[in-house]
Design a protein around this ligand. Sequence first.
Ligand SMILES: [Ca+2]
Length: 150
Amino acid sequence: MDSLVHVQSSSCFQVISDNSILKNWTDARDACDNEGGRLAVLDTKGKIDTVIDVMRDNTDFPQVGFYLGAHRPMDRWNTAWPNGEQDYIWLNGQPLDPDLTAPYWKDSDPNNWQDGQNVIMLYGDQGISRPWVDDNADRIEGYICEFSLI
Ligand SMILES: [Ca+2]
C-alpha cells in the first residue's frame, strides 16, 4: 500500500511513501495544501501517537523519512541555530511544546547539523519509538498530510 489513512478524533492522516511521488519539504507542503489539507501538525499527544501507530504498520518506514509541518522561520533557514527546538513552529503558527515533543526526538537531535537543518521529519533509523529528526528541507522524502474532520 502506498499510503495509509488513519482517523483520529479531529483529523485524518495520509502517509505518502510511494517512491514515485516523494518530495522536498516545500513541495510536500504545497501538495498537502492542494489536496485541502496541510502537512501534518502533530501538536497533541493524541496526534503524535496516532501517526506513530500508523507508521508501525508501514514497512517503508525504516527506508524513508516523512516530512511534518514544522519548520524554522524561513529567514533563519541555513543559519546557525541560537534557540534550538524553540526555533521551530508548526504550520498553524504555534511553537513546539518541548514538554510534549521531548520524548520523540532521536538521540542528539535536534542538532541543526552543518547549520542546514530547517524542518522536522519522522525517520526510522533509530527505531520507531524516537523517530523525530531535524533535517534538510531539500531531501526527497515521504510526507504526511493532515485533513481536518471538523
Ligand atoms: Ca538533525
